[in-house]
Design a protein around this ligand. Structure first.
Ligand code: FE2
Ligand code: FE2
Length: 305
């Protein structure tokens, strides 16, 4: 289930913004986790479990999947889950830097300022948690392709306003829809379910903030600015979604990488799962005026629309 809500089109006022940030701060005080304590890091990996819900595997539903042994299927979903976590770390580093830049020298007495630092602290814990989780799944470092790393470097240095916050929202929503399924799934290894549960709880506050900021920053922006940023956000979304599962997961799961990559590319089941899971997110982007003709081309290519 997607958690984005379209909400009202009216731009939030300063006092709305303060209220939201204050509520988020209270909520974070009431319910936050320390993964070092909460996650079972001690128990050795039990390979009778999946790393993710099999239905979310990039090969689920293909003829290759049907030929795989249950052991291979589980190894594949474990490598895929580790890859998603690694991509999560990459994007969390981008978003921490964007938020730090955004709040540089702003008024520290404002709730939004304090919330931003709280969110950055959450992300810092998350990235350490994902790193430990991927290592426990016996996965190597899955980093994005060279070009994507360099594009990310430019984006995190230059992006501001609605482009930064809508990109944050997309990355968080896409991760969220998967993790909501995995955290409830008894076929998934328990420590991964705990990681997903922690992430889903803490990210729901981040997504609320990202939606508010996107609407605030868009208010009163010119048509041209909206058109440009809609396109930038769509390209970033395309890059994030297509970087989620690294090609090397197939070889690491003992599969033929060429056949696996080919069948994953044509996997209609996976495409329609992504589309249906992200319908709430697309509704939000539409209500914010960010689904322009050119941006929709990228969302369709990323199987988000
Ligand atoms: Fe996070
Ligand atoms: Fe987040």
């Amino acid at each position: 289930m997607a958690s984005a809500t379209a909400g009202s089109d009216a731009a939030p006022t300063q006092s709305d913004r303060d209220d939201v940030a204050r509520r988020l701060l209270h909520s974070s005080e009431a319910l936050s986790y320390d993964p070092a304590q909460e996650v079972d890091w001690e128990t050795p990996l039990d390979t009778s479990y999946h790393g993710a819900s099999p239905e979310w595997s990039t090969l689920y539903g293909t003829s290759y999947w049907a030929e795989m042994t249950p052991e291979q299927q589980r190894e594949l979903t474990r490598q895929e889950a580790a890859s998603v976590a690694s991509t999560g770390i990459w994007f969390e580093m981008i978003l921490q830097q964007m938020m730090l830049r955004d709040f540089y020298a702003k008024d520290p007495t404002e709730p939004a300022f304090q919330w931003a630092l709280t969110e950055i602290a959450d992300e810092c814990r998350h990235s350490i948690m994902f790193a430990r989780g991927a290592a426990k799944l016996r996965a190597p470092a899955y980093r994005p392709r060279r070009l994507v790393i360099e594009l990310g470097r430019v984006f995190k240095t230059l992006a501001f306003g609605e482009a930064a916050y809508a990109a944050i929202l997309v990355a968080e929503e896409v991760l969220d829809v998967m993790q909501r399924d995995w955290m409830r799934d008894e076929r998934v290894v328990p420590f991964v379910r705990t990681i997903n549960n922690i992430h889903v709880v803490e990210e729901s506050r981040h997504m609320k903030f990202a939606r508010e900021e996107t609407r605030t920053r868009l208010a009163g922006s010119s048509r041209l600015r909206r058109q440009i940023n809609a396109l930038v956000i769509a390209i970033v979304s395309y890059v994030i979604v297509t970087s989620m599962v690294h090609k090397k997961v197939y070889a690491n799961a003992g599969l033929d990488p060429e056949r696996a990559t080919r069948e994953a590319k044509g996997n209609e089941h996976h495409k329609s799962l992504l589309r249906s899971s992200c319908s709430g997110l697309m509704e939000f982007l539409g209500s914010a005026g960010l689904l322009t003709k050119t941006s929709m081309w990228f969302y369709k290519r990323a199987n988000l629309l």
